[in-house]
Design a protein around this ligand. Structure first.
Ligand code: FES
Length: 317
């Protein structure tokens, strides 16, 4: 995959656990333009292994001078976010993919309702840039735990004016999703990004209230969970690879020199789907892409987030 070389121009501590990184082109050439809701994948070499993590692009979409991403530090994960927080400084060089958009606004919508929870605010920062530029009708609902977790609040007030509503758990002003969805005009599209229960609840309520499925959009990138070590046979490459407990299946395949497809690396887009030839144990599906029936059938796997509890897995790649 073709990548871009960028230099970290600035690092800002936004909250205790969130840092904001400004990235500029290493060559000085303008960066490719992107649309609201796009993400990039950042490659990090940590202890001889390549970690690749997807981050939403924030900031104004009409600016090709810099990219902006924010990273929440996840202490109990595989180390990418901790590395970004502790090791990546102004002047650091990074490889990133070209922007890809899996969470674009629908330009046919009559109205746009954006629902963010916690760090899920990040893709909306660039979507709002698009919505403002195009003059579209929208409102943003941003939920967070307490004032210390209110990342980007001032910036949002400036960008959205009276179109932004803050819902703070500690102040008992939680968002009532059912009321919000019930009050919308026909032709409205709703977009949600945040913790899994929030995304699931919104989809469920929208279904119960009769919202057309294609009017409900979500972005839910999962981090690859850790698990047990297992072996995988790559039938077309004629390779056998060990997947350590703290490495994703996709990273292990890439580490063996196989060029595997991906876009989101978070179990959302389906781009990395591989055919399962054989599994002598149980597949552990962690994606949001395959249907329940497909997961049960066990013929496909999303290696960016899913793994297996088995002694031998064979995949067609
Ligand atoms: S890369 Fe998107 S589901 Fe795996």
């Amino acid at each position: 995959m073709t990548t871009l070389s960028v230099r970290v121009a600035e690092v800002e501590q936004v909250t205790d656990v969130i840092k904001h990184f400004t990235l500029v082109s290493e060559s000085g050439e303008p960066l490719p333009y992107f649309s609201g809701g796009s993400h990039i994948v950042v490659s990090l070499d940590i202890d001889g292994r390549t970690h690749r993590n997807a981050y939403s692009l924030m900031g104004t979409t009409a600016n090709a001078d810099s990219y902006h991403i924010s990273v929440r530090k996840q202490e109990n994960s595989r180390g990418g976010s901790v590395y970004m927080h502790d090791q990546v400084k102004p002047g650091s060089l990074l490889e990133v993919t070209y922007p890809t958009n899996l969470f674009a606004i629908n330009k046919m919508a009559r109205r746009h309702v954006l629902v963010a929870g916690g760090i899920g605010i990040t893709p909306f920062m660039s979507q709002i840039s698009d919505l403002n530029r195009l003059g579209y009708d929208y409102e943003l609902h941003y939920s967070y735990r307490s004032s210390e977790h209110a990342a980007f609040r001032e910036q949002l007030e400036e960008m959205c004016g009276d179109k932004v509503f803050f819902h703070v758990d500690s102040e008992n002003s939680q968002l009532n999703l059912k009321d919000l969805l019930s009050q919308q005009l026909l032709g409205t599209h709703v977009y949600v990004c945040g913790p899994e229960p929030m995304v699931k609840t919104l989809h469920l309520l929208a279904g119960e209230l009769g919202w057309p499925e294609n009017h409900v959009h979500s972005e839910q990138f999962s981090a690859p969970p850790v698990g047990d070590e297992f072996k995988v046979k790559l039938t077309e490459s004629d390779l056998e690879v060990v997947v350590p407990g703290d490495m994703s299946l996709l990273e292990a395949i890439e580490g063996a020199g196989v060029d595997a497809p991906f876009l989101c690396r978070g179990g959302a887009c389906g781009r990395c789907e591989l055919d399962v030839v054989e599994c002598d144990g149980q597949l552990q599906h962690n994606d949001h892409y395959l249907s329940d029936a497909e997961k049960l059938a066990g013929n496909k796997i999303m290696p960016c987030v899913s793994r297996a509890r088995c002694s031998q897995l064979s995949l067609k790649i």
